[in-house]
Structure formats: structure tokens, C-alpha cells
Unconditional design. Sequence first.
Length: 236
Amino acid sequence: MRPGGKEILLSMRKAPGVPGLHGKWELPGGKIEFGETPEQAIVREIREELGITVLPRRMLPYLHTNLWEYEHAFQHVVLACYECDLQEDLLFGPPQDAQWFRTGDIDFDLTLPGTREFVTLAAAQEEFEQVCIQFEHIDESTKTCNRFTVATQPTLYSHYGLVKYWGRTGEWAKMKIEEFASPRELDERIFETAKRRLARGYHVRALQGPRHYKVLLQIVELAKQKHEYCPAPTIS
């Protein structure tokens, strides 16, 4: 991370022939060699890949597991991530296959699994933590107003270094909290909840969240199609 924590360095994975891996952005790093500590490995790998020296600060409280299928083998990978500072900035910029990203501008659909979770923990900014969608329905027969809210937040829940995501749905007086094992499950739940509310005649009264969060953009488009689009959503 650059000083101030607003920019994170990502590198592009080159793995032709491996679906879901080639051409994706990821956090730079690599495999631990025999006899190395994780901190030594990350310093070595980033120096070899990008020609820069980093100083590991802390291990982020999350472990991510991937299972990759190659032509002749399966590979089970456990990812640990360290927040690192630069020992010196790049004078001429990173190589072509690496780039500095502002944390709020990263399109996580173009990154490898685990990137979103690690960046969220490293950045620790409100834009990653606060998503709120308010639905409203006016019953013309009774002249009453019904409101329904979806609010989400990633939260640490265990000293074992795991992350879960919780979502809160419902009316103010009747609330339910659900937990999800991954951001993908949470995204699907948010969209399905919005879809059902719009089908029942609700309109989007207010909407808040990061501009890169595609689920919110999908909900806005769906609301527009049903003419239930709020006039001034806030997408930060």
C-alpha cells in the first residue's frame, strides 16, 4: 500500500489455458519455499516479480482457500495476506502487468478469488462496510406507507482468522440478521431480495454503497425497468 492507504498494488496473473486464472488481477506474492517464513517469502517474491522492496506490517485476519484444476493435477492453495509498506516508491512506475488501484475503483469481478476480502480488510474504509437499500410501498387503499431495508457489512467473527458477512433485512420493528460464508452468497441474497420487493410494488426510496459494487447498479437498472427507480440514489 502507498502511504495513506488509498492505493493498493495489483499484478496481472499470466496463466494461459487455466480458466478463471489467466488475465485476472491479484495481489502480488507467491509460494513459500522450504525453510522460509511467510514474511521472508513475500519480500522475496515481490522483489523477484516487480523489482521493489516491501516491508510486511501485519498479517490480515483472514485465510482464503482455492482449489485449482489443471490439465494433469489439482492444486489446493491456502492464501495468507500481509499488509506491506514500500521501502521505496517506484521511480518509473510498475511494469506493464502491475498497476496501482485506488481501493474504491477496483472491479472485483476482474480479480482472483480472495482479493476482495483482503482489500476490504486492508483498506478498512466505510465504503466497503456500508451498503443500505431502502424500499417503500404506498398502499393506496389504506393510505399507509410500508418500508423495507437491506443493510450489509463484512465483519470479523473469529480469532481463527475467518471472515463472515452479515446482512440485516426487514422493517424497523421486525428485523432479521443473516450470515453468509462468502461475498458471492451475500450479493445473490441482496439481489434476490430487491427483485422480490420490486415485484411486490415497492420502489427504491434510497440507496447507498460504493460505486464499484455491481449488485447496486443491477438493482438500479431493475428498478428503472419497473419504473420504481428512486430519483437520487447515493452511490459513493
